[in-house]
Design a binder for this molecule. Structure first.
Ligand SMILES: [Zn+2]
Length: 183
């Protein structure tokens, strides 16, 4: 490879590294982690990979949410196993196997967000908007205490989820035809 190409590739790799580092810093930020000195660096290389995948989807996710809630932004993303325990000690009702622990959960909020009917009302429209972006949405929840919208996704690495929504549907159809054959 000629030196110019090599230098260009080196420059691109360095730029990507800088961008990734900034994303991970933002996605692992937690007020409680900072306040308590809790380590919130990704627990596994897979968590890190999923966070980078999520970062690649984030602009589309936010654009989808903003069709209903203008000004929506990402509020929280990653939680290390340790931070999940610390959050529970601080009174947050965190799920033991939350997708945030795997780098597959993303919370969204906006200025002036409040608990109540508007939070639920927009959820269906947001869900529909996200359906078209190419990330497989697993769940969308309106959280009323500490108001935000929670989204989580099927694992693009196929480690947590062996099957996705699409393959489940295929399986369902296969099951159905099997039943038809056998009455
Ligand atoms: Zn969440």
């Amino acid at each position: 490879m000629d030196p110019v190409t090599l230098a260009t590739l080196g420059g691109i790799a360095y730029a990507n590294h800088r961008i990734n580092a900034a994303v991970i810093k933002r996605f692992t930020y937690s007020r409680t982690a900072v306040a308590t000195g809790t380590d919130n660096t990704p627990d596994t290389p897979e968590d890190l990979q999923r966070l980078l995948w999520l970062a690649s989807m984030e602009p589309k996710i936010l654009a989808a949410v903003r069709t209903v809630h203008p000004g929506a932004f990402t509020s929280n993303v990653y939680r290390s196993d340790l931070l999940n325990i610390v959050l529970r000690q601080h009174g947050y009702a965190t799920a033991k196997h939350s997708r945030h622990l795997y780098g597959l959960g993303l919370d969204v909020a906006w200025k002036g967000i409040s608990a109540g009917p508007t939070l639920d009302a927009g959820l269906r429209a947001v869900r529909d908007a996200i359906a078209g972006i190419g990330a497989e949405l697993r769940d969308a929840i309106a959280e009323h205490d500490n108001p935000h919208l929670h989204f989580d996704f099927f694992d693009p690495l196929r480690l947590i989820d062996k099957r996705t929504r699409a393959t489940r549907w295929k399986q369902k159809r296969a099951d159905k035809s099997w039943h038809t054959l056998n009455w």
